[in-house]
Design a protein around this ligand. Sequence first.
Ligand code: PEP
Length: 249
Amino acid sequence: MLVVGNWKMNLDLAAARQLASAVSSSIGSVENVDVGVCPPFVNLDAVYGVLHGTGIRLGAQNMHAQDSGAYTGEVSAAMLRAVGCHYVILGHSERRQFFGETNASVSDKAQKALAQKLVPIVCVGESLPQREAGSHEQVVESQIQESLSGVHISSASELVVAYEPVWAIGTGKTASPQQVADMHGHIRRLLEHLFGRELGAGIPILYGGSVKPGNADEIFAQTNVDGGLIGGAALKADDFLAIVNAARR
Ligand code: PEP
């Protein structure tokens, strides 16, 4: 199981250090579960300083697909590696919605991330109108196929997929256990088709969308749910610990 905290655009330097310390001291040694946290770019180095040696891994929330150059405001995969990142979240719905991220740009970024030995956490998920129209499986299928086009891996641990229904992110609404199980089964079949049975069966599929201590057990118990991508609840060390403990069970 894998639990990753997405801190989004929250916490200044001092608060990020504080949360990283609280998370590492409350989680202690990481056994039976992989744990990662993804602070804003400017706090990556400081958080790495706190987490180094604890087993909790660092991730970024985005990156640029080019190696370097005149891309004001952007950060490359190699830069993320250099500050100790293991993961990079790609194609989060907030980036798709507010910053024009497309499946094609996610595919470019995922290929570059892999070339730099970062593990991309590729996010997919339907909007509420798409769910209500019954096109959610088709939407996620296109997102998976196009975002992972040209992506090659030699081990299942090189890639993570996160299913995050847009209507459940930061809203307090969670997909029902049946909705989660159905979509994760669909994604599993797509991954097996794209990467072959063996690799596709092992790629972790995280659920994200208002996961909290109170619902984590039920969500993590579903078939093909290999952990969670946690937003709001990752900002409180106690809640994050409770979710990590649910993944351990
Ligand atoms: C997220 O942003 O990836 C997320 C799942 O947020 P929340 O847990 O707050 O819904």
